[in-house]
Ligand binder design. Structure first.
Ligand code: PLP
Length: 386
């Protein structure tokens, strides 16, 4: 009989067994990790909104008004005015014609891709796209063609070869493990030329990139066009939970009727929507949060470059330091935690073999002292282990 304990042991021997660390108390620049205080440089709470008092107040008020759960799927009896209010807020923040909420970014990718792609579709997906995109493509039964990371020439060659009736191009806006930005303008032109739907997963760009925090499209000087669908999570820079897609009304209406991961799941709790609404208000009225984040990115990037701990090619708040082996990566991560800095090690299958890395993420709520402290610890840990 198949032995699950053997399988687990094999993972452990390969340095790939996961043992999540426990955070006690709120998220923020400093957290308690496995009962020890540490500087947090692993979170996607890029604007520090996850423990913002205004978001907490909004969620508490919402619980008092609505209770905790939505009680059913959106299509049964779970669509509440809180969902509609958040969708309206997202439309006005992104300037999009139509918006739909999902229960997470993972759910959003599964929903959109499986509803819009099928056996007659060819999906062109960047090789470094997130697991939720890959899983969704597999589940959709579409032909999956993966092109070299951010390589528009490779994408064009693949599009020219395609005989599929229906084509979808999909990319992350900001790549979650690289910090690189997709060449959106050129990809959009290719999508238009080849009659493809262009899906952008802006999980890490939304709230961070662009003058108004609208994300990668704004950053690239591009617009949301009728052949595009943009997805973003509410669980990262927004500091809340859930996700959304914005695009043409017909596409959004199609998702409501066809997207199984949207249809067959209980709707988001209204208090979560209330927190997201408040976060979007803060994001629209406090540009200083984004300004501080970008100042912190520049400071840490410069410090890492002069520390000589690796090439920093990222242009964003995600600053990966490639170590190579999974074991060594986890050793550096553990040494950093001993020094009071929490930077998670990222291993296969999240990243390709031999590219295990420390994924450093900066937030608007880090102080200069925090970042200087982190730089000293990183330098020491690398000289001791990597
Ligand atoms: C590119 C990308 N898409 C989707 C997701 C999933 O988002 P969520 O955490 O809201 O499920 C992530 C999160 O890790 C991501 O990095």
């Amino acid at each position: 009989m198949f032995s699950y304990s053997d399988e687990l042991e094999k993972l452990d021997r390969a340095g790939l067994k996961r043992n999540p660390r426990v955070i006690t108390g709120p998220q923020g620049a400093r957290v308690i990790v496995d009962n020890k205080p540490a500087l947090q440089l692993s979170s996607n709470d890029y604007l520090g909104l996850a423990s913002n008092p205004l978001l907490k107040e909004a969620a508490i008020k919402s619980i008092e008004k609505y209770g905790t759960g939505a009680g059913a799927s959106r299509l049964v009896t779970g669509t509440m005015d809180a969902h509609i209010e958040l969708e309206e807020k997202i439309k006005s923040f992104t300037k999009a014609p139509s918006a739909l909420l999902f229960n997470s970014g993972y759910n959003a990718n599964l929903s959109c891709i499986t509803a819009l792609a099928g056996r007659a579709t060819e999906v062109f997906s960047d090789k470094l796209n997130h697991a939720s995109i890959i899983d969704a493509c597999v589940l959709s039964r579409a032909k999956l063609t993966r092109f070299l990371h951010a390589d528009v020439n490779a994408l064009e060659r693949a599009l020219k070869k395609s005989v599929a009736k229906k084509k979808i191009i999909i990319t992350e806006g900001v790549f979650s493990m690289e910090g690189t930005v997709a060449p959106l303008g050129e990809m959009a032109m290719l999508a238009k030329k080849h009659g493809a739907l262009f899906i952008i997963d802006d999980a890490h760009g939304f709230g961070v990139l662009g003058q108004n925090g609208r994300g990668v499209l704004e950053y690239c000087g591009a617009q949301l066009e009728p052949f595009m669908l943009c997805i973003a999570t509410l669980g990262k820079a927004v500091g809340s939970f859930g996700a959304f897609a914005v695009g043409e009304k017909e596409i959004i209406d199609l998702l409501v009727s066809k997207a199984r991961p949207f249809i067959f799941t209980t709707a988001l709790p209204p208090a979560v929507c209330a927190a997201s609404i408040k976060a979007l208000e803060i994001m629209a009225t406090m540009p200083e949060l984004r300004r501080r984040l970008w100042e912190n990115i520049a400071f840490l990037k410069k410090g890492l470059a002069s520390a000589g701990v690796g090439d920093i090619t990222s242009k964003t708040q995600i600053l990966p330091l490639i170590v190579g082996s999974a074991d060594k990566t986890m050793q550096v991560s553990a040494a950093l935690l001993e020094k009071g800095v929490f930077i998670q090690g990222i291993r296969p299958p999240t990243v390709p073999e031999n590219t295990s890395r420390l994924r450093i993420t900066v937030s608007a709520v880090h102080s200069r002292e925090d970042l200087s402290f982190a730089l000293t610890a990183i330098k020491e840990a690398f000289s001791e282990i990597a």
